[in-house]
Design a protein. Sequence first.
Lengths: 232, 247
Amino acid sequence: MKAQSGQTVSFSSACATLALRDVRLAVRRLGQVVQPVVFFLMVTTLFPLALNPQPSLMREIAPGVLWVAALLASMLALDSFFRSDFDDGTLEQLVICGQPLSALVASRMLVHWLIIGMPLVLASPLVALALYVPLAAVPSLMLSLLLGTGVLMFVGAIGAALTLASRRGGVLLSLLILPLVMPALIFGARSTDLVIHGEPAGGGIWLLAAMLVLSLTFAPLAAAAAIRICLE
Amino acid sequence: MTDWTWFHRLASPPYVYRTAARLQTWFTALAGLLVGYGLFAGLFVAPPDYQQGDAFRIIYIHAPSAWLSMMCYSTMAIAAGVGLIWRMKIAHAVAAASAPIGASFTFLALLTGSLWGRPMWGTWWVWDARLTSELILLFLYLGYMALRTSFDDRTRADRASAVLAIVGVINLPIIHFSVYWWNSLHQGSTVMKFDKPSMPASMLWPLLACLLGFSFLYAALLCVRLRAEILLRERNASWLAGVVELR
């Protein structure tokens, strides 16, 4: 942080500085943002190739394909959450900088939601239409994916923090996180399925929103505790 | 005034080691008696079910395993919380000792459920809400144990896996209800015969004995594993010389 000697940085400006830095880093390392989207597009292309690409079948499997692919794509991006900051010591500075670590972690989670989750949400109409999802269902699909990727990012941050100090990150991270985010997958895919069949999305969207609020409340605390454990 | 010394004594490995050794004998005896009675009465004395015939008898293994799969997880999470809050190393040892036992019971519950499902439902597996949430519970156990083994440093492994156990315990109800919700939308209510409220006493008592007996079995196994954990963690401590005879 840009504190002069003896001058304290306010809490909100610390969070804003960190968020701005993360966004700037993401813009400079664009691959980090683009690769999950490319992965998402490629995985969803595999399904019509592997199955019989008739419209009725595609429409039937579209919610599952979209949600599982989005889940895996954001899972791949999770390891970058704290890794580079851990390697170069920035994370230690964040821990000792005097600001509440959980708030800094929360600001990073929100930025990651923006730079990893948002591109997936923006790419989803393309995939949805390619899988013959009716156009009327797309806005609701995007909304549910927006909420769902948020849950994945927040819960995933706990896993990313826990596996920082362990020898093997990637596979272990998915092992820890996948069972925890299964509810998001269930609610999200189910409400998408309902919308595709011309019914209202129902409680799924609200439950996703509730999970988002719950995870935004607790995940920063757990992730901050995990970071402290890995650094002590 | 409440006497809190018992709580502090729990932080002492020699004390816990000796207590566990003493309790282990009692727990094993109780488990043997209760499970022995329960299995005998359940498998030979209780009448066959009017619908399921003899196939229902797997309940005497299945229901206690399913019950313990959840009890082990709560024990693990509570112990992890105690270890994290009061920095009590023994509590972490309890959590570490509990996880493999819980995973085994979860696996046993899934296995017996699947064996029962073959003659009853005609398939080894149905995507039933109970089966699915039990399967996710097994994944949670496996993730916990995988995280624990991935650290070289024991203290760090203890504390990191404790965070995971607590996150898991907050998530368990959400997983449970989401799976029920998903299930109720996908298929009609499955024929769950265990929901039947009434059960003749000749079937019920063995089941209760098995439930209690399996709980004591868990306690006994926990003592064994806990002592092994303490031996591993305290292998350089001098008090061990008076307890373990070296061969």
